[in-house]
Design a protein around this ligand. Structure first.
Ligand code: NAD
Length: 252
């Protein structure tokens, strides 16, 4: 009798870290429900092709983390298609530039709705449908963990909130043997950081890379492999933690 493969939901998996994670899961035999945001310019089919190329399985599902209904349906899809859910990865996020004087209540609310409440919705929907023994991972940022970033107070606050959320969820779900952890990426080359308006852009990234002890900015796969580790048997006794993945940027 062949055993059923494990199943993960990943928000924001049409690009960047989410796409790399789906590929990493494919290499490990974990099936991905590839969350794609309606209107996202990145093609989720590219993620699915990469998953298949790596010998894995997956399906694409549209999800907007600003809606509880949408996120619940996303997690439900794992059960409908594969009859199980093992891992929920709250990866989707936005980054917007706003000096404090221009940081309106509306911009603040929009940011927190995606980058913090969106994480809550994903971890909640996932844990409600997950097998005991599963795992949750949320993607934070050095801006929310250990590093101040001018003109990004709302992003930093949301990403800091993610860390508190994960710690409490870890304690609450311990009795079900569901682990909850976060990753804290540094500068990673993805569509988000390549945006010259809201982030550093290509030239800024290259300049910044020279100041990182590792000598360059990170690659999406280098964060994905850590998320995969945190959702593996090798990390079975790690919960409520946040791992910094930044090439030494914040210890310099
Ligand atoms: P990315 O822009 O490639 O990925 C973000 C994804 O989130 C996109 O696919 C986008 O469509 C999706 N998304 C945006 N709004 C959404 C919504 N309302 N509902 C569902 N999906 C939505 O960039 P990335 O760098 O791979 O980002 C992944 C995560 O990593 C984000 O949470 C980001 O804040 C975090 N992060 C990135 C860096 C970096 O340097 N790239 C550093 C620290 C943290």
């Amino acid at each position: 009798m062949t055993s059923q493969p494990e199943v993960a939901i990943i928000t924001g998996a049409a690009s960047g870290i989410g796409r790399a994670l789906a590929v990493s899961y494919a290499q490990r035999g974990v099936v991905s429900i590839i969350g794609t945001f309606p209107g996202d310019p990145h093609d989720p089919e590219q993620t699915l092709d990469a998953v298949k190329h790596a010998g894995g399985m997956g399906i694409i599902h549209e999800v907007d983390v600003r809606s509880t209904e949408s996120v619940d349906a996303f997690a439900e899809r794992a059960l409908a298609e594969y009859g199980r859910l093992d891992y929920a990865i709250a990866n989707a996020g936005i980054l917007r530039n706003a000096p404090l004087n221009e940081l309106s209540d509306e911009k603040w609310d929009d940011m927190l709705n995606v980058d913090l409440t969106g994480v809550l919705r994903t971890l909640r929907a996932g844990s409600q449908r997950m097998n005991d023994g599963g795992a949750l991972v949320a993607v934070s940022s050095i801006a929310g963990g250990v590093y101040g970033w001018e003109e990004h107070a709302h992003y930093a606050a949301a990403k800091a909130g993610v860390l508190g959320l994960v710690r409490s969820v870890a304690v609450e779900l311990g009795p079900r043997r569901i682990r909850a952890n976060a990753v804290i990426p540094g500068l990673i080359e993805t569509p988000q950081s390549l945006d010259p308006v809201n982030s550093l852009g290509p030239e800024g990234l290259e300049r910044a890379g020279k100041d990182i002890p590792w000598g360059r900015v990170g690659r999406p796969e280098e964060v994905a492999s850590v998320i995969s580790f945190l959702t593996s048997e090798a990390a079975v006794y790690i919960t409520g933690q946040a791992l910094v993945v930044d090439g030494g940027l914040t210890v310099k």
